[in-house]
Design a protein around this ligand. Structure first.
Ligand code: NDP
Length: 300
């Protein structure tokens, strides 16, 4: 299988480089990739030329504008990368009957209620980032291309910027931490997302339209940022990390204590039964992946 991977240096893109390798020939491009092999999603001409030249059977788009708060003041760029580039990739995929794999977010929902969101639930993004990601999803769905869209949440990895690493840094600098306890969701490892992607591509690369569509992809269980932070610190302590703040020094606060440019949904839980049933997968508990990444980070 010929696979074009975009966004190779992001959290998910980095893990995809590893997970996609056994599937075939992978051309992995990043934001800075230019010339013959253009990986900049805002360079529509370069991107189209690259797809035409490489002629992939699968396009995996792990690139995105992910700066949620900055998106409030950079709406144009957020839509260019998350919506317009997704539409272009869908068109390019449709032209050659390639499979397009794309990622979206729990932020397409308004965060109401307590129940994990299903794929068929009504959307209602509360910030610019969520609206730009939703428009990207819709462009792919209406393009007619074979596609897989994975909506995921609270991504972490050993590489890249994420909450797990922020908690470790803050706990090394401060005696006490305050963490939001009224937003609920599921931390999901970039490695789990990449491995699930590879397994799904294996089932679809033959050209079948069966199983195309949108799926919720998250680890099992749920937590709040507060309990997530406490878990990280308990594990980090057990692994011998020198910390000023222990898990007992974390104070719970409501979202209102941390006013940010972009409003976050309170309920980010995702129901993953469609993914599990369709691809016959088991999603591991979120703690397992976090513990692995902590071991990796702290053993460096
Ligand atoms: P990252 O922010 O780690 O990686 C995104 C990558 O996209 C970066 O390498 C970035 O490069 C690149 N990028 C940004 N703009 C462009 C551009 N114009 N052209 C090409 N590349 C560009 O994202 P994640 O791996 O965490 O996210 C993967 C997917 O999952 C995304 O679709 C995201 O929207 C979605 N998602 C993420 C969540 C999270 O918690 N992070 C939660 C739910 C969904 P550079 O750094 O140079 O800008």
């Amino acid at each position: 299988v010929k696979i074009l991977l975009l966004g190779k240096d992001g959290q998910v893109g980095w893990e995809l480089q590893r997970a996609l390798a056994p599937l075939g020939e992978v051309l992995a491009l990043g934001h800075a990739s230019a010339g013959e092999d253009c990986g900049d999603l805002t360079d529509t001409v370069g991107l189209a030329r690259t797809v035409k030249r490489f002629n992939p059977e699968v396009i995996v788009n792990a690139a995105a504008y992910t700066a949620v708060d900055n998106a409030e003041s950079e709406e144009r760029l957020a839509f260019e990368v998350n919506a317009e580039a997704a539409a272009l990739l869908a068109r390019l995929a449709a032209e050659r009957d390639a499979l397009l794999v794309h990622y979206s977010t729990d932020y397409v929902f308004d965060g109401s209620g307590q129940a994990p969101w299903r794929e068929t639930d009504p959307v209602g993004p509360r910030n610019v980032y969520g609206r730009s990601k939703l428009q990207g999803e819709q462009a792919i769905q209406t393009s007619g291309c074979r596609h897989l869209i994975f909506r995921t949440s609270w991504i972490y990895a050993a590489r890249g910027a994420n909450f797990t690493k922020t908690v470790l840094r803050l706990a090394a600098e401060r005696d006490t931490l305050t963490m939001i306890d009224d937003q609920k969701g599921v931390p999901t490892g970039a490695d789990l997302i990449a491995d699930t992607t590879a397994l799904a591509i294996r089932q679809l690369a033959s050209g079948s339209r069966a199983h195309c569509g949108i799926y919720h992809l998250a680890a099992a269980g749920e937590t709040s940022w507060y309990d997530y932070a406490r878990h990280v610190l308990r594990q980090a302590q057990a692994l011998g990390a020198p910390l000023k703040a222990t898990d007992l020094a974390v104070q719970p606060v409501p979202s209102s204590a941390f006013p940010l440019a972009a409003v976050r949904p309170l309920n980010s839980r995702l129901n993953t039964s469609k993914l599990r049933d369709t691809f016959d997968l088991v999603m591991p508990p979120w703690q397992a992946g976090v513990d692995r990444v902590l071991t990796e980070i702290l053993s460096k």
